[in-house]
Design a protein around this ligand. Structure first.
Ligand SMILES: Nc1nc2c(c(=O)[nH]1)N[C@H]1C(S)=C(S)[C@@H](COP(=O)(O)O)O[C@H]1N2
Ligand SMILES: [Mo]
Length: 238
């Protein structure tokens, strides 16, 4: 999580004005996977010059800053909040199921974080709102035997992360992006958000969080992508 910086405010202003045309003219436009990416050269330069509180450069190697979140696809789940259920289970003392109203009654966190897609774009300083995974783990009574966390999503999509990384303060299940409910294409009603690993670890259309003793490589991890996915080590492929 980052404090609001000048670059965050600049990005927020630009996004608010939605001057993507100006943005594209100042940066460059690249067509990838059937979509257009609007990169900003100036935001990329600024982010490269910044250092995170953990000492790492704000922008991981090989990444460029995008001007707004792009839907990257995936097989959509049910976006209805009324039908949403989140199962928190596995290596826990008290497994439980939450509906959307119950999720909203838990301690809420609003955070500005950076996310990094393996295809080379980063979205920096966007605001997300939700509940920390560490809070859900605490409620469930996480067992010592839980070494890994599996995010479970619609149609069998899963993403695996390590226990220690799942319990970081900036790892959340989120339902708002930039002050608005998540769009259907971005995983409505709820997705996981793991800012410090490549973005495929942030499972859209989330249905469960399962704590496990033994690691279970997920959807992309079993299709040639790196099991850990640290953007600063460029852990892109296995
Ligand atoms: N359920 C589900 N979650 C998913 C995916 C998916 O295919 N299904 N794709 C992942 C990938 S590869 C990326 S880059 C991000 C994209 O999120 P976005 O579409 O909101 O930009 O979601 C991740 N979460
Ligand atoms: Mo991705």
């Amino acid at each position: 999580m980052t404090e609001d910086t000048d670059i965050d405010r600049l990005l927020a202003r630009r996004m608010a004005r939605r001057k993507f045309v100006t943005q594209a003219a100042a940066g460059s436009t690249i067509a990838v996977l059937g979509g257009l990416y609007y990169f900003s050269d100036s935001l990329t330069r600024e982010a490269r010059a910044q250092t995170r509180s953990d000492g790492r450069p704000r922008l991981p190697p090989g990444q460029r800053v995008l001007s707004a979140l792009r839907p990257m696809g995936g097989r959509p789940g049910n976006p209805k909040t009324s039908e949403f259920r989140l199962e928190v289970h596995g290596e826990v003392e008290k497994p439980f199921v939450l509906d959307f109203a119950q999720l909203l009654k838990l301690p809420q966190v609003t955070a500005h974080v950076d996310v990094h897609c393996v295809t080379g774009w980063s979205l920096i300083g966007a605001q997300w709102k939700g509940v920390r995974v560490s809070e859900l783990a605490r409620m469930a009574g996480l067992k010592k035997s839980a070494r890994h966390v599996i995010f479970e999503a619609a149609h069998g999509y899963t993403a695996n992360i390590r226990r220690r990384e799942a319990l970081k303060d900036n790892v959340m299940v989120v339902y708002e992006h930039e002050g608005k409910r998540l769009g259907a294409a971005h995983g409505a009603p709820v997705r996981s958000l793991v800012p410090d690993l490549y973005f495929w670890k942030s499972a859209k259309w989330l249905t469960g969080i399962r704590f496990v003793e033994h690691d279970e490589p997920g959807y992309w991890e079993t299709r040639g992508y790196h099991n850990h996915a640290d953007p600063w080590k460029e852990e892109r492929y296995s």
